[in-house]
Design a protein around this ligand. Structure first.
Ligand code: KIV
Length: 282
């Protein structure tokens, strides 16, 4: 049985922490699913870590759907959340609904995520009314990076912190089933988490959120262009891959690969017949 948004809400009620991680492809999704993560986020962070864009802003619906489908094929148990790209839910409620529906209908995800609080609450309400579970995302919202002036901790003044509390409450009232809190002071994330009955999932928001999310490539040490302070590297896979690649390169050049073990034999009789020209041809 696949994890549902009801299961996620129950985890908060039981005081059980909610681990979430991103995945963008079939193989990774299988590994993450087998490890037992209840939620997989197909984040638009794929713009940077998979597609090589400078930010999440250029990511398109078609790119997201392509990766959501791969993750859905790979993960059989986790709830899959598809991240709605920049400008696919901004211009109208109808457009937000049409694009969110594509994630569920074409992509096969069980929920969508979108960035913003009070300003997107009306859209969240409509999506939920139409049966589309929505995860909110407040604090540092990477799609607004130009407006925010960089990847900075949000909610540091009383006014800014109050705005984030209002955003969280508006999302809960609109029917969101959980909210990502990105890059905000620990006490503010704690306050929001205590205020809401739906789960908060933190990234750079301290240990008191109901759950935590990390970008797969950051935590595996795969994406080394920039390592954010809130990312803990549980492995250094870039180094492991570099070493394996160098060894393969060297073995091919030095004729040590492939050996008999990686090669396929041909019956001796067939070979001598071929060499003697028994079958004609050249
Ligand atoms: O796109 C993403 O990976 C995200 C997480 C950082 C929450 O939005």
């Amino acid at each position: 049985m696949r994890t549902t948004i009801r299961d996620i809400r129950e985890m908060k009620k039981r005081g059980e922490k909610i681990p979430m991680i991103t995945a963008y492809d079939y193989t990774t999704a299988r590994l993450v699913d087998e490890a037992g993560f209840p939620i997989i986020l197909v984040g638009d962070s794929l713009g940077q870590v998979v597609l090589g864009y400078e930010s999440t802003i250029p990511v398109t619906m078609e790119e997201m759907l392509h990766h959501v489908k791969a993750v859905v094929r790979g993960a059989k148990r986790a709830l899959i959340v598809g991240d709605m790209p920049f400008m696919t839910y901004h211009t109208s409620v109808d457009e937000a609904l049409r694009n969110a529906a594509r994630f569920i209908q074409e992509g096969g995800s069980g929920a969508v995520k979108l960035e913003g609080g009070v300003t997107v609450a009306e859209k969240v309400r409509r999506l939920v009314e139409c049966g589309i579970p929505v995860m909110g995302h407040i604090g540092l919202t990477p799609q607004s990076i130009h407006q925010l002036g960089g990847y900075r901790v949000q909610g540091k003044t009383a006014k800014a912190a109050q705005r984030l509390i209002d955003d969280a409450v508006a999302l809960e009232e609109a029917g969101a089933f959980s909210i990502v809190l990105e890059l905000m002071p620990t006490p503010l994330a704690r306050l929001i988490t205590e205020r809401l009955s739906i789960p908060t999932i933190g990234i750079g928001a301290g240990p008191d959120c109901d759950g935590q999310v990390q970008v797969f490539h950051d935590m595996m040490g795969l994406f080394t262009d920039f390592v954010p302070r809130h990312a803990k590297q549980y492995a250094q896979l870039a180094q492991v891959i570099r070493e394996a690649l160098s060894l393969y390169l060297k073995e091919v050049k030095e004729r040590q690969f492939p050996t008999e073990k990686q090669s396929y034999p041909l019956d001796e009789g067939v070979l001598s017949d071929l060499m003697a020209g028994v079958y004609g041809g050249r």
